[in-house]
Every structure is written in structure tokens, then in C-alpha cells.
Ligand binder design. Structure first.
Ligand code: ADP
Ligand code: MG
Length: 627
């Protein structure tokens, strides 16, 4: 039926990223590669801007030397210097703006491609992974991590360039003026670097503890807030409250200790590189040198103008290092997400021939070690209802999700109409398999558009017909804007109502195969009856796999399959399984406790239950592939 043309399980065999060489570069370098050219241009422009920015100080120092040189200054000597100062000052501004412009353009392109690549890749990741918490990782990468890269690419890179080039240029010039004072102006820089190094050493360990203590606060806070009602009711509010207080006290202690140990060194570092102190040092030493006849007052001026600039960058090094680390971490997360194996898409999609669903020797594991399903065989005949029952955690939802290809089987195959689901395009798959799951997500869009997701071309009449059949029309019609009401702002549906909206959606989609996973789980008795009625309409004439906790609702199913520990434990009809006295009978008894067990029919509360469709006009369906 199918061969080994696909990797069996996406987690087992990560496909190599299309553009990665044999040894992948570090994440940040890899991600920045596409904008490397423009970033180089921006850095060169910024370096030129920094050089141009130092030039006016040099010119002004030369002018000062002329003015204090004793002989009367000549205008012919001064004007060229004034011109140089003005032109280079303006050039520094222009070059700096150009550098910022280029780096922002580069960043804009990078953001666009990264967001597109992430969105594109997210669309091909297993839906099972996305709904099991992957969505928040995607959100973080697309929003926060891309933004962290913006700071790095558009700002930090240029800042760091200027921080290196300007002091270096100043220092080179100062050495040409007086090497002793030039050497002296390095002293604050060196002292600052040493002290900052000490303040930051062990920062990694401290940061880890910082994160851990903050984490303790947020988990106890979440526990406190989310459980507040339960905790109060059971009189344990006090204890959790105490835990929260202990966590905040712990953080406060840690922070005080941290600040106390680093306060002296970091304040010292800031002090030694502060312009005032550097000026004092150079002025005192310079005065001594002038008094001793070693140098002239005129040569002191460049040091007064440029000396503080040599050490000043030290004061922002911490912030820049922080930004670079944040950028590296963001790049690592983005790369990890882009490197996650996607569901392989077939090159030559096939169209199912009929709607017989067949599960053959299927095993599945989430983590690659423990099998959640092992060797499951199951056939869903067209137009019949198969109920999947079993204790929670037995793998029912997992098996259902394999039909929807939320993830791929580890072994075996799931076929629809003789075609492996891995050999269908996803458009074709979802035209043929509809689903109503336990947790319904409605979009922030009009009610009509939420239903229309089932079939984008549906008319308003078709939407209303689907809503009527799903027992939700009356509720929608009573809304202020009817079908145009926006979900989330204009109306908030209860769980049972949202469920019926999603049934209307599935009715509209009109897929011949249907998967229902505890579709009434969140419903109150009243809406459960309505949902059951809607589901009966939906199920009529389709190939249905239904998972239900409450056995009475599925006792008329054509086939009941009992899963236990990921294996099929029993299968058969309701009476057959009751008579067999196995697991199903036990489950049935457990659920009927308190009722008259001899009259099992009376145990059925819902007016409409899923059961054999006796409708002889089961529609002849053609497999669909409108893609
Ligand atoms: P059921 O629907 O019968 O209650 P599930 O199919 O939801 O059972 O779960 C079967 C087993 O797989 C359980 O042990 C559950 O903890 C595990 N499981 C379910 N979903 C995931 C997931 N996304 N990641 C890892 N393990 C999972
Ligand atoms: Mg389940």
C-alpha cells in the first residue's frame, strides 16, 4: 500500500535544513547571513561616522593651540580648521544617519523573511505539537524573539562599532600629541574594565539563580491565583499564601545579597570611567608635566577634549553585552523552531477512492520511547459509526488525531479510501475528514465567518441552514447583530454553544469522514441534548469515529472498540460486549451504578443518541479533491 518513501516519524528523522552546510553555523551568524552585506555596509558607515565625529575635536584642539601659542594667530591658519570641524561634524551626522538607515532596512528585511519563514514552517508542523503547547513557542519566536533581534541588528551593532572606533581614533591622535598623557588616559579604561569584569564575573551563576527565584515567585503566584477558589473552599489558602510570601522573601534576600556583593565594584567601575574623574586625573598630571616643563599647556587641550571619550564606553558595556546575549538566545530559539521537523508533504498527492478508513498495525509514541498506541487495527466501514471507549489516557484522542494527521504514525498506516493519509495533500485530507473536538477554538471574527471556515464559498443561506441543523440558529438570531456579531467582543459563547458552532462548521464542510472527540465534554445537560441532536444530523450517512465518555450515548454504534493501554482490548456491538462480560461490561456497570441495571434503556438520558443511521438514502459520495 505504501512504501518507505517517508520517514516514519517526524521526530525520529529531522530532515536537514535546506540551506545549511555540513556544520551548521552558530544560530545568530546563520540567521544574520542573509543581511550580512548590508550590515557590513552599515558598520563601515558607522565607523566612518565615528571617525568624522572625533575630527571636530581634533580641529578645535588645533585652533586652541594656535590661539594660545603666544604669537598672533593668522586667519589663514584658523579658517581651514574651522571648515574641517564644521564639515566633519556634519559628515558625522550624515554618515550616522545613513548607517542607521541601512541597518534598519536590513533589519526590516530580516524580520519579514524570519516571520514569513516561521509562519510558513509553523503551517507545516504537526498540529498535535502546536495544540500541545507549541503555539506559545511560535508566538514567542514570531513576536518577542524577532523583536530582540531588531534591537541587536538595528541598534546594538552600530552602538558597539561607535564604542570601539571613536575611542581608538581619539587615542591614536592623543599618542601623537603626548605619549605620557595618552598612556595615562588609558588607566581609567583599564581600571574600569577590571572592575566591570569583577562585577560581572559569576554573573551567569547569579543570573541562573535570579531566574530560578523569579520562577518560584511566578509559579506560586499562578498557583495562588488560579487555585484561589478551591484553596479558599478547602481552607488551604493560608498555606499557599505563605508559600508565595516565602518565595518573594527569598527573592528579596537574594537580590539584596547580589546587590551588596556587586555594588562596590560596579559603582567603583562607573566612578573611575566617569568624565569628571578622568578630567581631574589628566588635569592634575598635565599640570605637573607643564610645571616641570615636559609639555605645553596647548598640548594639554586635546586631552581635556578627548580624554574622557577614551574611557566613557566602559559605562555602557554591560547593557550592550546584555543585548547581544538576548539576541543570541533569541536566534537560538528561532533556529530551533525553524529546525523542528515538519510533517513531510508528499510530492505526488493521491485522491482517496471511497471512504473506508483503515488503521493497520498502528503504533505511536509522542517521545520516541513509550508507545501510546501499539499495533492497533481498526476498520471504519463507509456510513457506519464506530465508537472508541476506554479509560482516560488509553490513547483514544491520540488514535483519533492520527486520522486527522495531527501527527504521523510511528509504525503502521492510516488509509482513507485505500490511500495513506501521508500520500494526500492536506487540503484533500481535510475535505474528506471533518472533526469536532473537545476544545473548540472560535476565531475573533463574525459568527458567520466562523461557520464559513467549513467551506469558504458557502452562501449566507447555507450558513443559516447549517446553524439550524446544528441547533444554534436561534441563539445566533437573538444576538444584536445576528450572524454578523463578532465572537469575543459581541458575544462570548458557552462551551456547549461553541461546540454547536463548530458542528455547524463541520456540517458545512460536509466531509464524508467525521471524527468526534468528546464533543459533549463541556456541555450541561440541556445543551448536551441539543448537541446530541446536532451530532446525529451531522453523523447521518458518514463514516464516523466517535469518542465519548458517557457510554449510553454510543450504545447504538455499529461497532464499539475498547482501548486499554494503547491496545484494542475488545470490539463488538453493545449487547455482544455486555454479554461477553469484559471491560466494556465493567465500564457500563460502573457508569450505570445507582440506576436500575436490568433496564439499561432507561439509563439513556439524551433524547437523541448517536446510532445506526437507518436512513436508506445515505448519499452516494464521491471522494473530493477540489485542491
Ligand atoms: P485519552 O484520549 O484516551 O484520554 P490520550 O490519547 O489523550 O488518551 O492520551 C494517551 C496518552 O498519551 C496519555 O498517557 C497522555 O498522557 C499521552 N499524551 C497525550 N497527548 C500528549 C502530548 N501532546 N504529548 C505527550 N504525551 C501525550
Ligand atoms: Mg481524550
Amino acid at each position: 500500500m505504501r512504501n518507505s518513501s517517508h520517514p516514519s516519524h517526524p521526530v525520529a528523522q529531522p530532515p536537514p535544513a535546506p540551506d545549511s552546510p555540513d556544520t551548521p553555523p552558530p544560530p545568530l551568524r546563520g540567521i544574520l547571513r542573509q543581511v550580512r552585506g548590508r550590515l557590513t555596509t552599515a558598520v563601515v558607515l558607522q565607523a566612518a561616522a565615528a571617525l568624522a565625529g572625533v575630527t571636530p575635536f581634533v580641529a578645535v584642539a588645533r585652533i586652541a593651540a594656535h590661539l594660545t601659542g603666544g604669537s598672533r594667530p593668522q586667519a589663514g591658519d584658523l579658517w581651514p580648521l574651522v571648515t574641517v570641524a564644521c564639515v566633519s561634524g556634519l559628515a558625522a551626522l550624515a554618515l550616522g544617519s545613513a548607517a542607521g538607515f541601512v541597518s534598519h532596512i536590513a533589519d526590516n528585511d530580516l524580520q519579514l523573511t524570519l516571520r514569513r519563514r516561521l509562519a510558513d514552517h509553523a503551517g507545516r508542523l504537526p498540529l498535535g505539537w502546536i495544540s500541545a503547547g507549541g503555539a506559545s513557542q511560535i508566538k514567542r519566536a514570531v513576536q518577542d524573539d524577532v523583536r530582540a533581534l531588531h534591537t541587536l541588528v538595528a541598534h546594538t551593532l552600530l552602538d558597539v562599532t561607535a564604542l570601539f572606533v571613536a575611542p581608538a581614533a581619539a587615542l591614536v591622535y592623543l599618542f601623537t600629541v603626548d605619549w605620557r598623557l595618552a598612556l595615562l588616559s588609558i588607566v581609567p579604561l583599564a581600571a574600569g574594565a577590571y572592575l566591570f569584569g569583577r562585577a560581572m564575573s559569576g554573573a551567569a551563576a547569579q543570573m541562573a539563580e535570579y531566574g530560578a527565584t523569579l520562577g518560584r515567585i511566578s509559579s506560586t503566584a499562578v498557583e495562588f491565583v488560579t487555585g484561589i477558589a478551591v484553596l479558599k473552599t478547602f481552607g488551604r489558602g493560608r498555606r499557599v499564601h505563605d508559600r508565595l510570601l516565602a518565595a518573594t522573601d527569598g527573592f528579596s534576600d537574594f537580590f539584596t545579597r547580589w546587590v551588596r556583593t556587586t555594588l562596590v565594584t560596579s559603582t567603583g567601575a562607573l566612578l573611575v570611567v566617569s568624565p569628571v574623574l578622568v578630567l581631574l586625573l589628566l588635569a592634575a598630571a598635565g599640570t605637573a608635566l607643564v610645571a616641570g616643563g615636559w609639555t605645553t599647556g596647548a598640548d594639554l587641550i586635546p586631552f581635556m577634549l578627548l580624554g574622557p571619550a577614551v574611557a566613557a564606553p566602559m559605562s555602557v558595556v554591560g547593557t550592550r553585552v546584555q543585548q547581544i546575549r538576548a539576541g543570541q538566545a533569541a536566534a537560538a530559539r528561532i533556529s530551533a523552531l525553524l529546525g523542528m521537523p515538519a510533517l513531510p508533504q508528499t510530492e505526488a498527492p493521491l485522491t482517496p477512492q471511497g471512504f473506508r478508513v483503515s488503521v493497520r498495525g498502528v503504533s505511536f509514541s509522542y517521545d520516541g520511547h513509550t508507545d501510546v498506541l501499539s499495533g492497533v487495527d481498526l476498520d471504519l466501514e463507509p456510513g457506519t459509526i464506530t465508537a472508541l471507549v476506554g479509560p482516560s489516557g488509553s490513547g483514544k484522542s491520540t488514535l483519533a488525531s492520527l486520522l486527522l494527521r495531527f501527527q504521523d504514525v510511528t509504525a503502521g498506516a492510516v488509509t482513507i479510501g485505500g490511500i495513506d493519509v501521508r500520500d494526500m495533500s492536506s487540503a484533500c485530507l481535510y475535505q474528506n475528514v471533518g472533526f469536532v473536538l473537545q476544545d473548540v477554538r472560535l476565531l475573533r471574527a463574525s459568527v458567520a465567518d466562523n461557520i464559513r471556515l467549513g467551506r469558504p464559498t458557502a452562501t449566507d443561506e447555507e450558513i443559516e441552514r447549517a446553524a439550524r441543523a446544528a441547533q444554534i440558529h436561534d441563539r445566533i438570531a437573538a444576538l444584536p447583530d445576528g450572524y454578523a456579531t463578532e465572537v469575543g467582543t459581541g458575544v462570548t459563547f458557552s462551551g456547549g454553544e461553541a461546540q454547536r458552532v463548530s458542528i455547524a462548521r463541520a456540517l458545512l464542510a460536509d466531509a464524508p469522514v467525521l471524527v468526534l472527540d468528546e464533543a459533549t465534554a463541556h456541555a450541561d445537560p440541556y445543551s448536551e441534548a441539543l448537541i446530541q441532536a446536532a451530532l446525529s444530523t451531522l453523523a447521518a450517512g458518514r463514516t464516523v469515529l466517535v469518542i465519548a465518555h458517557r457510554l449510553p450515548t454510543i450504545r447504538h454504534a455499529d461497532q464499539i472498540v475498547v482501548l486499554d493501554g494503547g491496545r484494542v482490548a475488545e470490539r463488538g456491538g453493545h449487547r455482544e460486549l455486555l454479554a461477553a462480560g469484559g471491560r466494556y461490561a465493567t465500564l457500563w456497570k460502573a457508569q450505570s451504578t445507582g440506576r436500575d441495571e436490568t433496564r439499561e434503556e432507561a439509563a439513556v438520558p439524551a433524547p437523541a443518541v448517536l446510532g445506526r443511521s437507518d436512513d436508506p438514502t445515505i448519499r452516494e459520495r464521491e471522494p473530493r479533491d477540489d485542491s
